[in-house]
Design a protein around this ligand. Sequence first.
Ligand code: GDP
Length: 337
Amino acid sequence: MSRVVPAAAAPRRALVTGLAGQDGTLLALRLLAEGLEVHGTVRSPEEAAGLGDRPGLHVHVVDVTDHAAVADVVAAADPDELYHLAGVSSVALSWERPVLTGAVTGLGAVAVLEAARRHQDATGRAVHVVQASSAEIFGVPDRAPQDESTPVRPASPYGAAKAYAHHMAGVLRARGLFAATVVLYNHESPLRPPGFVTRKITAGAARIATEGGGELVLGDLSVRRDWGWAEDHVDAMVRAARHDRPDDFVVATGTTHSVEDLVRLAFARAGVADWRAHVRTDPAFVRPAEAAELVGDASKAARVLGWRPTVPFEEVVARMVDHDLALLRGGGPGPQA
Ligand code: GDP
């Protein structure tokens, strides 16, 4: 293996896979603001068009199941930092498309990690990779909160694909690649697509408030999750990339709320008095197998990276509701839930 020197103290170029997603967009904006040249991948030319032109941003159309194209984009971007965010991001969709989820979220990650390792070998310069791992790798955990030592025992196709990628980051780390992982708990923003329960609820509450009536159909209201603010979680990714050695970090707020808490807060913020009159549950939205509660212990990220969440749950919900109300009052179409 060729000699590998660490990335320069001030990174110059970053590659972000999954640029069009919530985290990819927030991360790219952050890195551009820091003055980095940012390369990002999207799946289709339509996604590329949606991002518009920004100085310093280079958009590449790459499907992560095309492993040769992945290697080409890593070589073209020649990154100091590589953030792998692309994948089937929805647990719900992974139950419908488990084979696709394995190919994209599992093997796609391995293609990215392996391309980084080969690029590093070819150039002699370190590539600091951050793999976006997920709390779903813990499945239905037998302990709370979960931390970096919690057994990886996924319970969904999404969790299993993420677990494979998580383990491969460890395998390639042992082979000399700077491969860090961030085990992300739910993290939200107005950029969340409406397939996720936060945005579905905030958009629904805004719609019902604006129209003076209507219905919102949800799954299990008792499920408890550790919801944070996406920009905070993106900040943890950057800190993990720039730490002096690659490691695994749970990224979470350490507090949980139920889906019902979310509904109550969102409807109150939107000014709808009686949420129960508008919310119906349907088993179609209940998942085949999932944890009743997921909560992370991010004390290692706090201790080692100096990372802390900055936006409490109530504020996350308020910001998302306000955004969705403004969208509707501004005459925009609003998200389709
Ligand atoms: P995920 O944790 O990445 O799957 O994020 P989601 O926002 O899709 O789901 C968070 C939690 O909300 C899960 O435990 C879901 O079972 C629960 N949930 C309850 N009702 C709904 C619903 O109508 N849609 C979605 N997406 N999730 C729901």
